[in-house]
Design a protein around this ligand. Structure first.
Ligand code: ZN
Length: 210
């Protein structure tokens, strides 16, 4: 990670990218890489009636800003939650447009073993669209029956703090147990111990091009 790269984060829903690779996003941004964050649903039609439909669009903008992602590099879609399979071809076409426009060096997708139906679509279509790119699968322990920790990105305290602070921006989601600092720090500590450093995020290698 010495030279600057074009990095693309594919998040099925807002917050997936921060949870799966928020520390890595902070690291790439601090090193001057061009990081793009794409969320495929802002859940505008499935939020509780007392919540503004744009709530998650605002929260993901704030969260990714904390990590260092430029506002113009945040791309939002609004496919219906849990129904991505119905829009598979439409999603693939959007991904191909992104590939042609950005030509990223590395793409981050949910792990291929993620059991969430929407995450599966983004993982599969990402592999289909980005044939010439390195692809890493990120970890979401509540969705992964198994996760192969095949690659690691070392992180420092600042990256972890930014990851935690970015997730605090999801104020509408604060009942979710995994959106807490102890969990983020603990998982990063486990992944760090596996490779002999303080903190890390782990990824499955889907394709690695050197
Ligand atoms: Zn999700």
């Amino acid at each position: 990670m010495n030279n600057k790269k074009v990095v693309l984060i594919l998040a099925p829903h807002t917050d997936d990218g921060e949870l799966g690779c928020g520390g890595t996003i902070a690291k790439f941004c601090s090193e001057g890489s061009d990081v793009y964050y794409v969320a495929f649903s802002i859940c505008s039609r499935s939020l509780p009636p007392d919540m503004h439909p744009q709530t998650l669009a605002i929260e993901v903008a704030n969260a990714t800003k904390v990590l260092g992602v430029k506002n113009e590099n945040l791309i939002l879609f609004d496919f219906d939650v849990r129904r991505f399979k119905e829009f598979r071809q439409e999603i693939l076409e959007e991904l191909i447009k992104l590939k042609n426009k950005l030509n990223p060096d590395i793409v981050f997708v949910p792990s291929p073993t993620d059991i969430h139906q929407d995450h599966q679509v983004i993982s599969e279509e990402g592999l289909r669209a980005f044939k010439n790119c390195s692809i890493l699968g990120y970890e979401m322990p509540w969705n992964n029956v198994a996760f192969n920790t095949r690659s690691f990105i070392k992180l420092n305290e600042e990256h972890i703090v930014k990851k935690i602070e970015s997730l605090i921006e999801y104020k509408s989601q604060n009942e979710r147990t995994y959106l807490n600092a102890d969990f983020i720090r603990s998982l990063a500590t486990i992944r760090g111990i596996q490779i002999g450093c303080k903190y890390a995020e782990a990824f499955e290698v889907i394709r690695w091009i050197i």
